[in-house]
Design a protein around this ligand. Sequence first.
Ligand code: DQA
Length: 144
Amino acid sequence: RLVYILNGPNLNLLGKRQPEIYGRETLEDVERACSEIGSANGVQARLLQSNHEGQIVDWIHQAREEAQGIIINPAALSHTSIAVLDALNTFEGPVIEVHISQIHKREAFRHHSYVSHRADAVMAGFGVNGYALAMQHMVRLVKE
Ligand code: DQA
């Protein structure tokens, strides 16, 4: 079983970018934590990051072919992208949305997420641990 962990714009800089908000851990740390949880449960985790909306859409289409679940931090695309929402609506498995920061206590423009219209569960404010918590839940969902 395979789970995609998709990451949107600027998350390649995780660990360096605004560490007071997003912390000092990197996407590599996230990948390691999620892979450990996955492999202990017979689930493979594939972490991908792009700064380009179309690439995220293409990966969601690819997930239709080979993945049983999607964990996604759409980053700024959460607040702007109907294309990412529409792509997720073509995916039949479970979708968990992750935000490292607690978007509801930040600027008003971060309070609405298009992706939340599709997500089966949403994490916000758990720091990078939100990915691991989402992965723990995801392994249960994809094994059902
Ligand atoms: C984010 C929150 C978004 O508002 C922001 O644009 C990001 C990261 C988070 O993980 O907290 O890039 O998705």
